[in-house]
Write a protein of this length. Structure first.
Length: 184
């Protein structure tokens, strides 16, 4: 999230107006404020299993900002079709696998256990299905025999910080062709 904010502010291709977190403890809130970006919190825990009410409050908090799109980064909540359809074609997400492989959680562990020689991350448009929207960009990293979940995750995260701003900038400019990058 910080990488996206800094990229938008430095390059001027988009204007970040608000960072919304689903927990008040999210470290990104203070970082966003330090960059002059407004913050909002809608704590999912107060809504229990009522996802519709949680998402309605998210939308209520976003409305005053008149935003054009949403970039998910570390927002570990599954959104309902009602919410995703409101933002169809205007919501991006970064996922730590080379989609369509390893949707959901524990992606690095699954890649290592499968014996993959390449892993990575994907930026995709969000749809009603989990990690299933059109992929706009991917970054590949090698998987080494000595890798742990943590070491692989660290290398993938480095590429996420390169890929997501690159894809966002292209997307804002109307370019939706898949781009791929490969790290050593």
């Amino acid at each position: 999230m910080v990488t996206l904010l800094r990229s938008m502010q430095a390059e001027g291709y988009a204007h970040p107006v608000v960072v919304l977190a689903n927990t008040p403890e999210a470290g990104g809130l203070a970082k966003a404020e330090s960059l002059g970006v407004a913050t909002e919190v809608v704590d999912h825990r107060t809504y229990g299993t009522d996802r519709a009410a949680f998402e309605a409050e998210i939308q209520n908090r976003l409305n005053p900002y008149k935003i054009d799109m949403i970039c998910l980064a570390g927002f570990m909540r599954v959104l309902t079709p009602d919410f995703t359809e409101q933002w169809e074609g205007k919501m991006l997400n970064i996922h730590p696998s080379l989609l369509p492989k390893y949707k959901g959680l524990h992606t690095h562990k699954r890649a290592i256990e499968a014996g993959d020689t390449v892993a990575g991350c994907s930026v995709h448009l969000v749809t009603a299905k989990l990690d299933d929207g059109p992929v706009l960009g991917q970054a590949e990293v090698p998987v080494y025999g000595h890798d742990t979940e943590q070491s692989l995750a660290a290398r993938v995260l480095e590429q996420e910080h390169i890929l997501y701003p690159m894809v966002l900038k292209r997307f804002v400019c109307g370019m939706t062709e898949l781009i791929k990058i490969t790290a050593d």
